[in-house]
Each structure stands twice: as structure tokens, then as C-alpha cells.
Design a protein around this ligand. Structure first.
Ligand code: IPM
Ligand code: MN
Length: 353
């Protein structure tokens, strides 16, 4: 298969982890006779530094012209600690999601048996946890009108959802549930928010079209608690943008490290694949960043194009690295394996198996 892939390394550890994911894709291409072509583009703080814009037009153009995008990480403490910053690296990612209409973010959470001890949660609670968060990605409070009063004393962020927006992400979530354990949990705050009440109405109505899927509803505060009390109860979690952002970071605690989690952002025309973690600036340039979240995202990219055998082999190679303790220090603090070592071990496994 021929695929044109946009590579957006971004900030902090982004370039290091992307390099490893690209090596994995190249190893797959070589083994299975695919033709993967890459085009690198700027995004985030590095793009601000070089062009003044966190998402230059050139980057949008490259993303629109390619089949898929592999994204590293975004963010720089220089902007986080400056409430007056006029532009922010994160604006680049948000604008990219919006421009490409990537309305659905898919975040799989699955424990590795050999890492059960790594989670601060009790083993018997988390063993067997396997669920996917379907997070709405281009609406809600993230994209509503933002205001700051002239005297700087009052600020607001508007949250709105349309039936159309809710339907897009819910359709993909229902379809995923049908292929799995057929259980969908809508997480909302319908006891307080009007948007949440609309979500409930739409999802209830859609359930008539997917009668084999059992739908239940959970308020987000309770969901935050249930996720660590009994994560095994979940199959598909469907939720709005902000709740999905928060709950996916929380869920990474179940797996043992946020460095292990991948995601796919899906739209009608395009798809973007990125780890869920941030740019970990303290770790940049030290060869300690966990490349697995990005490599798993590359596996999701392969799966997206129905390259299932290829994706399965990448997953197997990751499983092997984890089971043989060839992992970065975020998992085993005394580990001597760096970002490049883990990437190399995964590539070697793919070549040999
Ligand atoms: C994520 C990130 C982004 C988000 C930031 C970087 C804007 O936290 O992908 O989860 O909040 O969506
Ligand atoms: Mn996040």
C-alpha cells in the first residue's frame, strides 16, 4: 500500500518519540512491501519560534494533502506560565483538529498483565481492564466563545453542542460497541448542564438504531470515581471534549504510565494519530521518553487503513518489549533502556517475526 503520511513532531520529547514511531513504520513498510512517504511539518511552540504561528498554513496544506498525520507532542512551559501569552502552542493542535474536522478522538485503555504492579491501584481491581474512550474533539467548551472583560476581572468560556456534533462521535462509539462487548456508557453532567441533557436525548434516541448495545449513563463526577474503583465495568465510554480529556489522563493510571497510551483522531476526510501525553519538556533531549504511546498510535494508523496484520505485529512487538522489561524509566525507574533502545528493540522484533 502507498501512504503519504504527514509527520508533526512538535515540542519537547515530540521529535524523539516520532523518530522511533517512524522507524517502526519503515520497518513495517520494508517487511510487508509497503510504500510509506513522509512529509514533515511544523506545529506548536517550535512553529511559533520559527514562523510566529503555532499552525502555519504550510502545515495545514501538508496535512490536507496526506492520507494521515502522525503527531508527537505539543506545549512549552514558557507559555504555560504566562497567562498573557497572545499565542499558545496548544492553539496549533486545536486549530488543526478543527480545520480537519477531526470530531472523534479514540483512546484505548488496556492493561498489560506484566505491568499490573506498576499501577498505584490494587491489582485485583484493574486486572482485565479493557475499554475505549470516545471523546468528542471539535466542540464543547474547548471551542466556544472565550471572553475576558475589559478590566480583566471576569472571564468566560462558552460550552455548546449541536445534535449534529453529538451524532457524529456517538455513531462511531455505537459502531465500536457493536464490535466489542456491546456496552456504552455516556459520561455527562446532565443533572446540571443543558448540553449534557441534549447528549442524553440524542444518545437515547440513537440507541433505537443500535438495539443490541446496552446504554447507561453516568455523571462525570461519579465516572471519575468508578474509573478507579472498578474500571472493568467499562467497554465504550462516550463523552464530550473536556470530560474526555480529563478522564483519559485519569485512565492512564490504570495502565501504569501515560507514556503507554495512544489515540486516533478521526474525521470525515482525514485522521491524526498521537500519544495522549504531553511534551514532557523536562525529559526532552535525555533519551528517557517512552516511545510506546506514539508507536501504538502508529499501529492505530496501520489499523485505520486495514493493515491489520501489520498493526497486530507492532502490538506484539510492544507487548514483547514490555514483558521482557525493555522499557523506559517512567515504568521502571532504574531502567537503563532509553527511548532509542526501546524503539530499536521493537523494530528488531518486527523484522524477525
Ligand atoms: C490532549 C491534550 C490537548 C487537549 C492539549 C494539548 C490542547 O491534553 O490531547 O489530551 O486538551 O485536548
Ligand atoms: Mn489531555
Amino acid at each position: 500500500m502507498k501512504l503519504n503520511i504527514a509527520i508533526l513532531p512538535g515540542d519537547g520529547i515530540g521529535p524523539e518519540i516520532i523518530t522511533q514511531a517512524k522507524s517502526v513504520l519503515n520497518t513495517i513498510a520494508q517487511k510487508f512491501g509497503h510504500d510509506f512517504n513522509y512529509k514533515e511539518a511544523l506545529v506548536g511552540a517550535i512553529a511559533i519560534e520559527k514562523t510566529g504561528n503555532p499552525l502555519p498554513d504550510e502545515t495545514i496544506k501538508i496535512c490536507e494533502e496526506t492520507d494521515a498525520i502522525l503527531f508527537g507532542a505539543i506545549g512549552d512551559p514558557k507559555y504555560d506560565n504566562n497567562p498573557n501569552a497572545k499565542v499558545r502552542p496548544e492553539d496549533g493542535l486545536l486549530k488543526l483538529r478543527k480545520t480537519l474536522e477531526l470530531h472523534t478522538n479514540v483512546r484505548p485503555i488496556k492493561v498489560y498483565n506484566s505491568l499490573l504492579e506498576k499501577s498505584p491501584l490494587k491489582k485485583d481491581r484493574i486486572v482485565g481492564s479493557d475499554f475505549i474512550i470516545y471523546r468528542e474533539l471539535t466542540g464543547g467548551i474547548y471551542f466556544g466563545e472565550k471572553k475576558l472583560s475589559a478590566d480583566g476581572t471576569v472571564a468566560s468560556d462558552h460550552c455548546s453542542y449541536s445534535i449534529e456534533e453529538i451524532t457524529k462521535v456517538s455513531t462511531l462509539a455505537f459502531e465500536a460497541a457493536q464490535k466489542r462487548r456491546k456496552k456504552l456508557t455516556l459520561v455527562d453532567k446532565a443533572n446540571v448542564l443543558e448540553t449534557s441533557r441534549l447528549w442524553r436525548k440524542v444518545v437515547k434516541k440513537m440507541n433505537e438504531k443500535y438495539p443490541d448495545v446496552e446504554v447507561n449513563f453516568l455523571f462525570v463526577d461519579n465516572a471519575a470515581m468508578q474509573l478507579i474503583l472498578n474500571p472493568k465495568q467499562f467497554d465504550i465510554i462516550l463523552t464530550e471534549n473536556l470530560f474526555g480529556d480529563i478522564l483519559s489522563d485519569e485512565s492512564s493510571v490504570i495502565v501504569g504510565s501515560i507514556g503507554l497510551l495512544a489515540s486516533a483522531s478521526l474525521g470525515t476526510k482525514n485522521a491524526l494519530f498521537e500519544p495522549i501525553h504531553g511534551s514532557f519538556p523536562e525529559g526532552a533531549g535525555k533519551n528517557i521518553a517512552n516511545p510506546i504511546g506514539t508507536i501504538l498510535s502508529a499501529a492505530m494508523l496501520l489499523e485505520h487503513f486495514n493493515l491489520s496484520k501489520e498493526a497486530a505485529l507492532v502490538n506484539e512487538a510492544i507487548q514483547n518489549a514490555i514483558e521482557t522489561n525493555k522499557v523506559t524509566p517512567d515504568i521502571f525507574p532504574n531502567s537503563t533502556f532509553g527511548t532509542t533502545d526501546v524503539g530499536k528493540i521493537i523494530c528488531e522484533y518486527i523484522s524477525k517475526n
